[in-house]
Ligand binder design. Structure first.
Ligand SMILES: Nc1ncnc2[nH]cnc12
Ligand SMILES: [Zn+2]
Length: 356
């Protein structure tokens, strides 16, 4: 059961909202974004600008040619282009500019809080120091707080196609900047790289006091979700949409209010679901799971957070104002902030519904 059910007056307002006013509510309601890879917010225009500034040659002739290559068949076909795009990031100013652009877009979508993934190994293996990455991102995070009123935190992700030893080295190299990130995660190619491979490095991260999240059940089987829970002791599951294939797992996730950071447009573009109309988000909510909507890699998947909300609700008539509330409330519940902060945003959500 969600601890954030709407009050009676808010429930009445949600039930009375005409369907044509739903997109406006989705846009204006405050929400948290908990699954966004900052390298996945790098727009083609910025890729070309940074390539020119840094003297990096791209295997695409133009912005249009690059965009035309965004026709993915699965996760790996996307990751190949995503890592190529990230190769233009060399200087602290580049990381700042990328994160600032995302945070400005997030603010425009009424995102009041973002927990942002970054992939240090994508950069350190090209010779970019960890310090360059973290200082650029941290600068944008601070500026977003003062200039945009958006709170943001960073989560360091290990690439699961690399070794656990490499992840250990990355964690140790990051420790001088440990106050600049709040958690560790696990991303990149899922199939064939089960969470078990990273059990020891996540144990070390937990010992150090970091929050723990992991991608699981995006393309991989429900067993990977169970492993992430049992071996990595995750506090959230990123994606997790394949959990519905295992009824026992669903009962466990629901009973523990384990958050699932669902990314509908990502699932569509990576062919996890053939159409948005077939997405299982309504089913996830119906069985009582703490799911919410996120953009994953918005520059590659056709939209930022509000676009994800609006397109998903347009495709799925089962999703109405009650579900909009639930998804926003779940995003606050699942965030790594204080209960006082969550209560504050929930109040803002009530105000937004009553004025919609
Ligand atoms: N959707 C995704 N799954 C796994 N790794 C990723 N890295 C960036 N986006 C990702
Ligand atoms: Zn992701």
């Amino acid at each position: 059961m969600s601890p954030y059910a709407p009050s009676e007056s808010v429930a009445r307002a949600l039930d009375a909202l005409p369907r044509e006013r739903l997109p406006a509510l989705l846009r204006l309601m405050p929400k948290a974004e908990l699954h966004i890879h900052i390298e996945g917010s790098l727009e083609p225009e910025l890729i070309f600008k940074l390539a020119q500034r840094n003297g990096v040659t791209l295997p695409y002739a133009s912005v249009e040619a690059l965009r035309a290559a965004y026709a993915f068949t699965d996760l790996q076909s996307f990751l190949d282009i995503y890592y190529a795009g990230a190769s233009v990031l060399l200087k602290e100013a580049d990381f700042f500019e990328m994160a600032w652009a995302y945070l400005e877009r997030a603010a425009a979508d009424n995102v009041v809080h973002a927990e942002i993934f970054f992939d240090p190994q994508t950069h350190t293996e090209r010779g970019v120091p960890f310090e360059t990455v973290i200082l650029g991102l941290d600068h944008a995070v601070h500026r977003a707080h003062t200039e945009l009123g958006v709170s943001a935190r960073l989560i360091l992700c290990f690439l699961r196609h690399l070794s656990e030893e490499d992840a250990f080295k990355t964690l140790e190299a990051a420790l001088p900047w440990r106050h600049h990130f709040i958690g560790v995660g696990l991303d990149s190619s899922e199939m064939g790289f089960p969470p078990a491979k990273f059990e020891r490095v996540f144990a070390r991260a937990r010992e150090l006091g970091f929050h723990i999240v992991a991608h699981a059940g995006e393309e991989g089987p429900p067993a990977y979700i169970t492993e992430a829970l049992d071996l990595l002791h995750t506090e959230r599951i990123d994606h997790g949409v394949r959990c519905l294939e295992d009824a026992g797992l669903v009962a466990r996730l629901a009973a523990s209010r384990m958050p699932l950071t669902v990314c509908p447009l990502s699932n569509l573009k990576l062919c996890v679901f053939k159409t948005l109309a077939e997405h299982n988000l309504p089913a996830l909510l119906d069985v009582g799971l703490c799911a919410m909507v996120n953009s994953d890699d918005p520059a590659y998947f056709g939209g930022y957070l509000n676009q994800n909300f609006v397109e998903t609700f347009a495709a799925l008539p089962q999703l109405g104002a009650r579900q909009a509330w639930q998804l926003a409330a779940n995003s606050f519940e699942a965030s790594f902030v204080s209960d006082e902060q969550k209560a504050h945003w929930l109040h803002q959500l009530e105000v937004a519904v009553l004025s919609a």
